[in-house]
Design a binder for this molecule. Sequence first.
Ligand SMILES: CSC[C@H]1O[C@@H](n2cnc3c(O)ncnc32)[C@H](O)[C@@H]1O
Ligand code: ZN
Length: 431
Amino acid sequence: MSTLLIEGGQVLLPDMRVVEADVLVDADEGGILDVGTDIEVDADETLDASGGLVMPGLVNAHCHAAMTLLRGYADDKPLDAWLQEDIWPAEAELTAEDIHVGTELGLLEMIKSGTTAFADMYFDVPEVVDAIDEAGLRARVGHGVVTVAKDDEGAQADIDESLDIAREFDGAADGRVTTAYMPHSLTTVGESYLRESVAEAREDDIPVHFHANETTDEVDPIVDERDERPLEYADDLGMLTHEDFVAHGVHVDGAEIDLLATRGTGVVHCPASNMKLASGMAPVQRMLDAGVTVGLGTDGAASNNDLDMFDEMRDAAMLGKLATGNASAVDAESVVQMATQGSADAIGVQSGVVEPGANADLVVLDLDSPHLTPAHDLVSHLAYAARGSDVRHTVCDGQVLMRDREVLTMDESAVLTRARDHATALVERAE
Ligand SMILES: CSC[C@H]1O[C@@H](n2cnc3c(O)ncnc32)[C@H](O)[C@@H]1O
Ligand SMILES: [Zn+2]
């Protein structure tokens, strides 16, 4: 067995206590063997955590990683106009290689800002999986389906691709990649397609992930046409099981919150995207109080505009207070929990905790900087003061992905060069 010892730091435990301890990892199996002060072992590899906090790797529960290529391409518009006038025309020009390159850029950004697992909905998923395999992260991936404006043959092909991808790539990258069936939303995929395809996904125990209740422009037509709320419609279609997870959940009423809690369906809160597109303020504290599993996601870099989950925690805490007029709402512990165990539970990956037996997905945060001094409360710092650039080391599945801010699994400058070149060419084609 090859071992990795992360020594000399403080450790954030699953119950949010911080203790001084070392962490011993089985680097072959990718699991945590021990967390304690009396670990006596001559480890094969060590990571220095002195002056730092060992914490779970953050879990970005809703993302479109390759959209890094469209970062800053179209800003300051609401969702529908942004998608229809700018993003979808540009995405129509994407090649498989663009998606590989854009995903690599997203993964690099995640590793450098302390994210070790994520959920991704996009196109050309084999390219996404290939990039994840190389970079060493953990992910649940899927092909996003849109049937509106397609003929029946095109719509069915899109659905088949999503289901086939979910079957083929589940367990890829040594088990670090799992999959889901990913219809884009309740308004961009027709009812009969949803009904049939979700039933097909169920036959193979494939989870379902979709955008839901993001804007009133999306919710109102469903209510007008069907006389039921969107998540009641989704429930009727069989899309709300405990394995499923929805992105956004901004405009959900009390009955929908109860439905999410009863079904055990996860909700991924995306505060930065919701604020930037002026989509609204999700009732996060109400969902937490009702027992809904709430995770945290960045959404794509075109609506955020970064993939830094520390930013996202701060945004979630701030927005949660503003939304309720209550400074105690969505407190520091809640957002740290949301970005770790909550996200991992929502997307169904084993991650988000530092304890013996857990997967060794963890980061070491450097505390020795002005904006983290003094350190009265490290959970407060994680929620309100820390930044992705404070991450010193990143480990996923027992493998060191970044050591002292040097990414070991990717050639950082080559990724940046390729991303710049591909983004420039993409935008030229789109104009
Ligand atoms: C069909 S693949 C995913 C699809 O979703 C688009 N997208 C990015 N951000 C959002 C969002 O906030 N709401 C809805 N759809 C979004 C992305 O551009 C892809 O086309
Ligand atoms: Zn999204």
